[in-house]
Design a protein around this ligand. Sequence first.
Ligand code: KIV
Length: 292
Amino acid sequence: MREKVTIPHLMEKRARGEPISMLTCYDYPTALLEEKAGVDIILVGDSVGMTVYGHSSTLPVTMDIMIAHCQAVRRGAPGALLIGDMPYLSYQISVTEAVRNAGRFMQEAACDAVKLEGGRSMAPVFRALTDAGIPAMGHLGLTPQSLAMLGGFRAQGRDAEAAFRVIQDAAILEQAGAFSILLEAVPPEVGEEVTGRASIPIISIGAGPHCDGQLLIVHDLLGFFEAFTPRFVKKYADLNRTVLEAFQSYLGDVAGRRFPAAEHCYPMKKGELEKLAFLLKGSEDPREEVST
Ligand code: KIV
């Protein structure tokens, strides 16, 4: 088993100028593979609502759903730094609720940290989480829980004022205790500026190559999500096609009686087939026995 990834470990990587790798994950078998590949950070994102549950946004995802997925991923990936994504309304109502819900990720799912969306208005939550000993990652730029305010899944910080706000928000969150910040769907210049000013790891998902690390949603990377493909996605596989072809081959084999073949069948023990034939020959029809 590899050495556990910790926040100091990420800070050292950043200081050495080594890129930090991060992936989302929602289930045990995928976690096993991400762990084997050696990813630094795993985010159990509330994107699970879209990728796994088929919702059109992340808003229907609840704390209980997130905890169950984090538990499964932790079992498969003991070494990665595991971050639980705080779902909609789990941290916006009050600082007290935010700390209680963040604590559930740590206590019930053995997460190493939590992530929450939002800029300067979330500073009190970051302060309270830090005081409670719960490491928290910020999430700026395109923040999917504010879809209604943003008017859809669109890039952020593309004009000077909006970019300036993202850069300021990052500084405010760092000061409030964020151990890292995720920047989503902003121009690379904004990613570079935020990274250059920060003293914590800045992770990009669509924020260009100058950040300290990169995140992709695992279903996007694997080509396993069809609804839409953001510009920042690079597909490293075409699982949709692979899985569809596998299903079609299976259906064809069943229809053509090519499955199961001899190697998929359990043989009788040696000599037992003859004994069975003998038993069957001398026996009454059991249905008649039962009816009399
Ligand atoms: O839920 C998630 O996977 C996320 C990413 C979109 C950054 O928050």
